[in-house]
Ligand binder design. Sequence first.
Ligand code: CP
Length: 339
Amino acid sequence: MSHHLIGWHLRDAADWQSALARSLHYGAGDARHEKPAAGRAICLMFFNPSLRTRTSMEVAAAQLGAHVTSLSAGSGTWHMAFEDGVVMDGQEAEHIQEAAGVLSRYYDAIGVRVFASLTDYEQDRSERLINRFVRAASVPVINLESAFWHPCQELADASVITEHFGGDAAGRTFVLSWCYHPKALPMAVPNSAVTMAARLGMHVTVVRPDGYELDDGVMKQAQSYAQKSGGSVSETDDRVAAFDGASVVYAKAWSGRGVYEDSVGEASRRAALREWRVTSEVMRRTDDGVFMHCLPVRRNVVVDDAVLDGPAAIHLRQAEYRLYAQKAILEKVWDLSPE
Ligand code: CP
């Protein structure tokens, strides 16, 4: 079986369960003395900015005893070309075929962050860019956020929810709330969040304006998980009813599908949706619900200060779990798990 981690939906359910258990293990106590990855090395290649993913993976690798190198593509490395058959007479001086091939000879895994194009839906949906890396690499590739999935975030999110509800989130309501954002953003985090909560057996509601539906295939994947876990998945544009009885409010901005055909029109439509923001009033409709966000978050645009600084917010513990989840992921791709 491939040891790549591109999306949890491509791994066995047992892999997901054991990684979740290991992430919770690390979250429960100080295990920094364990160095099962001593002598190994990982290279992290970022085509887009990052704070949490980069630093949590660097610290996770170091705590497990591995060497880590982080690279920002095009800034300290050569600009890279992805496409087969490309005539490289422009800015790109290196093809990822060579870059991934070379790095595979130095490192035992390669982490890659490469966001959605937001210009070519089929390219984004098929994960063409990260899959080019997979094709060229001969060591495991870890997705540090691609066009459609963010498996590192997904494992951290499942961990903090499981911890918060004492191991039993099943049957609780998880609301994924679309929020206004001044920039068009990809769908990787919402795709991962909706499938993650369905796997946990939660009743998932995606509340979003018309035109901001998630991908049909992703929703079908979430429904398939819900069928097995006893959860459910639904969508609504009713911002009043959606939050009633919620145990978790997960805020996230993402672009409407229209961005692929008409980015100017999508931006103009989005600009009229500024009221889609998580406020204290929204949180009062929940059943003592907690607030989550993957970060970075725009204060008083996506969510009000009063929510982020109030007792319902667990976003910092959520971010802390990024470190524990990264350790679990490194164990998984390197077969280091003790069980
Ligand atoms: N949530 C997340 O992936 O954060 P960064 O973009 O800072 O890595």
